[in-house]
Design a protein around this ligand. Structure first.
Ligand SMILES: *Cc1c(COP(=O)(O)O)cnc(C)c1O
Length: 458
C-alpha cells in the first residue's frame, strides 16, 4: 500500500481550540508579536519543539502506575538501568532530570579553562555548559552540513580531516570529544556509522574519552538502516548497540527519543568518572537511583526507550518530515534538504526575498503562520543570533534565516500535517503582502524569548 498510516490508534484525546484569524491577530499584537508569549491554549498546532512534547503510550501510562517511589534502590531504577544497558551497552547509568543536567555534571568534571571540546555541532545547552566551565566548544561538521540545499545522506557527519588536524596540534587540551546524533543544530541530520567509527578512532588515538550526545539516537539508527551500505538487514537495536560500542559514554535528553515528557541520563564505562558523577549528582539532582526523577518517570522511560526502537514507529516518524518536505518543495517553498528526523526548516530569506535580514523575515513567517492557521513555529535566524556590532547601531545578521517546525512524537495525525502544509502554502502565495519587523524592546541575553516587536510601517 502507498498510504503510510500512523502506527497507533488513539485511546485518549486532548481537545484543541480553534480561534479565528481576527482573534489571532489581536493575540499577536497583545504579546508584541513574540510567539513564545502566546498561551499554548491559543495554539492549534504546536511545532515549537519536539522536546518533551510527545505522547506516551498505554504501556508507558500503565508503567507509571507501578512506579516504586523508594528513595534508595527503587525497583523502577533497576528497570530503567537495564533498558539503557540493554540498548546502549554502557556499564554505569545515572539518571538526571533532563539532558542539560547530564551535560552540567559531565563538563563540570571534565572541562576546564584553556581546553577545547570538539563536536559535529554543539547543541545550545551543550555549548553553554562547556563555556560555563570556560572551555571552548568547537564545531567540525562537514561543509555540506552548512549548505541548506545541498543533498547528502549524512549531513551531520564530522569533518574527519579537520578533526584530525585539530587533534594533531591540540590533543593535549582536549579532555573529551563528542558527536551529536542526530545533529540537532544542523537540522536533525544523521551521522553515519562509518563516521562514528572513524571519529572514535581519532579520539582513541590520543586517549581522549568519546561521548555521544544521544538525544535522537533511534532516529539516527533508522537513517543508518535506510542509507548506509551493509545496514539494510540489521535491526534497530543492533545498529544502536553498534553506534554506542564505539563510545565511552553518552549524555541523553530523554525528552526526545526517550518518548517521555521529562528525563535524561549519563551513561559511561569509566568507574572513577562514574563515581565522581554520582557524587555531583547527589549535590544537585538527588540520590543516584532517582537523579531528579520520580520512580514513575523512570518506569515510563524504561518502556519508552524500547518503544522508540520500533521500526513501524521510526518509519512513520521519518516519513512525516519527508512528506511535509516533499509537499513544500513541490509548491516552491525552499527548505533544508534532505529533511532530517524531527523537523522541517523553511528558508525564510527565500520565502520573503523583499524583507531584508535587518527586518527579520523569519519573524514575519512565524507570525504569519500563526495568524493564518494557528500554527506555532520558531525563528532560527537573526532574531536569535544577530549581534550588535561594537560602535555601530547595525547588527551583523545570522548566516541563515530559518523557521523550524519541530514535530512532537506521536501527537499529530496526517490531517494535522496536511492542514499545516496548506497553511504554509497559502502563506507563501500571499508572501508579497507580508512586512518585516523591528525590535522595540529586548533583554540583554537570549532576546528571542521575550523581545517585543512591531511591524515596520510601509
Ligand atoms: C534537547 C537537547 C539537549 C538538552 O536537553 P534538555 O533535556 O533540553 O536539557 C542536548 N543536546 C541535544 C542535541 C538536544 O537536542
Amino acid at each position: 500500500m502507498k498510504t503510510l498510516i500512523e502506527p497507533f490508534k488513539i485511546k485518549m484525546v486532548e481537545a484543541v481550540r480553534q480561534t479565528t484569524e481576527k482573534e489571532r491577530g489581536k493575540i499577536l499584537k497583545d504579546v508584541h508579536y513574540n510567539i513564545f508569549m502566546v498561551e499554548a491554549e491559543h495554539i492549534l498546532i504546536d511545532f515549537l519543539t519536539d522536546s518533551g512534547t510527545g505522547a506516551m503510550s498505554d504501556r508507558q501510562w500503565g508503567a507509571v502506575m507501578i512506579g516504586d517511589e523508594s528513595y534508595a534502590g527503587s525497583r523502577s531504577f533497576f528497570k530503567f538501568e537495564k533498558a539503557v544497558r540493554d540498548i546502549m551497552g554502557f556499564k554505569h547509568i545515572i539518571p538526571t532530570h533532563q539532558g542539560r543536567a547530564a551535560e552540567r555534571i559531565l563538563f563540570s568534571m571534565l572541562a576546564k579553562k584553556g581546553q577545547a571540546i570538539p563536536n559535529n555541532t554543539h547543541f545550545d545547552t551543550t555549548r553553554a555548559n562547556v563555556e560555563y566551565n570556560e572551555a571552548e566548544a568547537l564545531d567540525f561538521v562537514i561543509p555540506e552540513g552548512q549548505i541548506p540545499e545541498k543533498i547528502h545522506p549524512f549531513k551531520g557527519n564530522m569533518d574527519l580531516a579537520k578533526l584530525a588536524e585539530f587533534l594533531k596540534k591540540n590533543h593535549q587540551k582536549v579532555p573529551i570529544g563528542m558527536t551529536t546524533i542526530t545533529n540537532n543544530s544542523g537540522g536533525g541530520q544523521p551521522v553515519s556509522m562509518e563516521n562514528i567509527r572513524q571519529t572514535a578512532k581519532l579520539y582513541k588515538k590520543y586517549n581522549i574519552p568519546f561521548f555521544i550526545d544521544a538525544c535522537r539516537f533511534a532516529e539516527n539508527a533508522y537513517f543508518i538502516k535506510l542509507r548506509e551500505k551493509g545496514y539494510g538487514d540489521k535491526s534497530i537495536p543492533e545498529i544502536a548497540l553498534e553506534m554506542f560500542s564505539h563510545a565511552d559514554g553518552c549524555t541523553m535528553s530523554a525528552k526526545k527519543d526517550g518518548l517521555v515528557n521529562m528525563g535524561g541520563f549519563i551513561a559511561l564505562n569509566d568507574d572513577r568518572l562514574a563515581m565522581q558523577a554520582r557524587n555531583l549528582l547527589i549535590l544537585t539532582e538527588g540520590f543516584p537511583s532517582y537523579g531528579g526523577l520520580s520512580g514513575r518517570d523512570l518506569e515510563a522511560l524504561a518502556v519508552g526507550l524500547r518503544e522508540v526502537l520500533g521500526e513501524d514507529y521510526l518509519k512513520y516518524r521519518l516519513r512525516t518530515a519527508e512528506y511535509m518536505g516533499e509537499k513544500l518543495i513541490e509548491a516552491g517553498v525552499s527548505i533544508i534538504r534532505p529533511t532530517g528526523g524531527h523537523a522541517v526548516y523553511i528558508d525564510a530569506k527565500h520565502f520573503y526575498p523583499h524583507i531584508p535580514s535587518s527586518q527579520y523575515p523569519g519573524q514575519t513567517l512565524v507570525c504569519e503562520l500563526y495568524k493564518k492557521g494557528g500554527i506555532r513555529a520558531v525563528e532560527i535566524g537573526s532574531v536569535m543570533f544577530a549581534r550588535k556590532q561594537k560602535g555601530s547601531k547595525q547588527e551583523k545578521p545570522a548566516v541563515m534565516e530559518l523557521v523550524r517546525l519541530a514535530f512532537p512524537r506521536r501527537v499529530y495525525t496526517q490531517s494535522h500535517f496536511d492542514y499545516a502544509i496548506e497553511v504554509i502554502i497559502e502563506t507563501f502565495k500571499q508572501r508579497k503582502k507580508a512586512r518585516g519587523f523591528e525590535i522595540v524592546w529586548e533583554p540583554p541575553f537570549l532576546r528571542h524569548f521575550t523581545a517585543h516587536f512591531k511591524p515596520v510601517s510601509g
